[in-house]
Write a protein that binds this ligand. Sequence first.
Ligand code: PHE
Length: 398
Amino acid sequence: MEGRPTPESMLEALDSAKRTALALIEEALAEEDPAGVLESIRLRFLGKKGEVSLILKSMGSLSAEARPAVGQAANATRDAIESALARAKDTAEGAALDRELRAPPIDVSLPGRPVELGRRHPVSRTGEEVVRVFERMGFKVASGPEIEGDFYNFEALNIPAEHPARDMQDTFYLASGHPVAATLHDGTRGPEPGEVLLRTHTSPVQVRSMLRSPPPIRIVCPGKVYRRDSDLTHTPMFHQIEGLWVDRQVTMADLKGTLQLFATSFFGKDTRVRLRPSYFQFTEPSAEVDVSCTLCGGSGASRSEMEGHEDAGQGNGSIAGKPPQTGPCKTCSGTGWLEILGAGMVDPAVFEAVGYDPDTWSGFAFGMGIDRVAMLRYRIDDLRMLFENDARFLDQFP
Ligand code: PHE
């Protein structure tokens, strides 16, 4: 458009813009992916500074009579280009979809590169299996903090400050920290935790459970415990599971029956249990509990000595027909028994510390080392191997 635009020249320009645009759109459809080209056509004609827009803007210079006709023509041109663009876009999208559907399907047959699945640690597996046996007897699992307060780990368990029994559980004390006070069953705060330490046994979980809920109670508490100890049979961290059963008239017979049922469920039906007198501050009377040796079946004879005999290695513990012993069993050092746990009747002083009436309630508690049970189960002779995380060692367990 040269000079002052006339209505005629503008109508002509609109007509030419429309024809050019439609031709370009037609051409664009031949492209593989016309979206970009279509957008540039839109900008060239309909954009702010596009050809049609400029014509519309210059209408101000027309006479009032000429304006409507040119305006209408400009709008019609814009509409025509817009709808041609929309149709072209539809067509292009349809074509793209068509191409995709006709293309050969994605080949998913390339073999994967599998990552070998890990496995449960022998200690975790053993702990879970022990828990499962007690769950079948109606025990619920309870847990508590590993960073404990003196009150829950010692004081409430009838082990006062300066008591020599504390030496047996050589304790890691922490310089600072805030062990939480127990929450009582009415939602209020339990006794102050006192000095901060790593729990030396899982018994504080029993204290917390009794503070939290009134009797009766039947729980097992598996978890990590810590003592300053390190040699062939001790690591500074190890695993315990403790049990607690409080009800009316619970007796030592219930304790023995429960442990006997555990032993046969866990180690095999011929396993026998024996209680020996012992001492713990929180139980009275107390006992060390042995099971008949899982390796020699209680005979005390080494396996190699038993091989070749008819009832060898069946773990039936029968003394009659015992093969001649020329060497002691290594697992039980020839005694025929394996010590696996400590137990006893809950001391009335513990009940008093947690607000249970010792005249109404009685109960038993027991505690065993999960690691030791795992060693017996898998015949591992060095406890430390369990915690070195050597995959060559761990891979040997199913
Ligand atoms: N808490 C004891 C310990 O760790 C084990 C135990 C628990 C003994 C319950 C008796 C009763 O040595």
